[in-house]
Design a binder for this molecule. Structure first.
Ligand code: ZN
Length: 207
């Protein structure tokens, strides 16, 4: 997918006319889900499936709500604090959707940064993970987006991100490896340059 298409798929919190948040088109999802049911040979008018298209539309609005949210807004409020040691938030649970199969992948994010005079509320870090996860995603990109976002908004000395997730597109279909765990990491600043800092983080994540 090229950059232009990605832009259209990722509207900001305001639409082109500045008329407030862009919304999910429920009717369009309902029609599409009905089509899929027909295409797989089901009868969308049987009792059990009657409400399914509407339910799926509401579900998609929820699990893709991050498309319409700007994680930068969450990092706008920072505090000036003379604390220059590592900040680590471990085990932030997330549920995302793999953009290749539209199947869930879920796991944990570990977020670390070395402040440079600016700190942010710890819950904001978890909220940023939440926003990025509620979009059609690729774990590798989500990891880098998190790292780059924190580097840009907090201007810290470094950022270290590790994500571990189980992908249902690997466990319930295709290769079917139920116990596989995919780990990705993105190191920026001192976490990238300094092996000691990096191993301190990785040690904290193991403990
Ligand atoms: Zn997938």
């Amino acid at each position: 997918m090229n950059e232009t298409n990605r832009q259209t798929a990722r509207p900001s919190t305001t639409d082109r006319n500045g008329q407030g948040p862009a919304v999910v088109d429920h009717a369009r999802i309902e029609a599409a889900v009905r089509e899929i049911l027909l295409a797989v040979g089901e009868d969308p008018d049987r009792e059990g499936l009657l409400e399914t298209p509407a339910r799926v539309a509401r579900m998609y609005a929820e699990i893709f709500s991050g498309i319409h949210a700007d994680p930068r807004e969450l990092l706008g409020t920072t505090f000036t604090q003379k604390y220059d040691e590592m900040v680590v938030v471990r085990d932030i649970r997330f549920d995302s959707v793999c953009e290749h199969h539209l199947l869930p992948f879920m796991g944990k994010a570990h977020v670390a940064y070395l402040p440079n005079g600016k700190i942010v509320g710890l819950s904001k870090l978890a909220r940023v993970v939440e926003v990025l996860s509620r979009r059609p995603q690729v774990q590798e990109r989500m990891t880098e987006e998190l790292a780059d976002l924190l580097m840009q908004e907090l201007e810290p000395r470094g950022v270290g991100i590790v994500l571990e997730a189980t992908h249902t597109c690997m466990t319930i279909r295709g290769i079917r490896k139920p116990d596989s765990l995919c780990a990705t990491s993105a190191m920026r600043g001192v976490f990238r340059e300094n092996a000691m800092t990096r191993s301190e983080l990785l040690g904290l994540l193991k403990g």
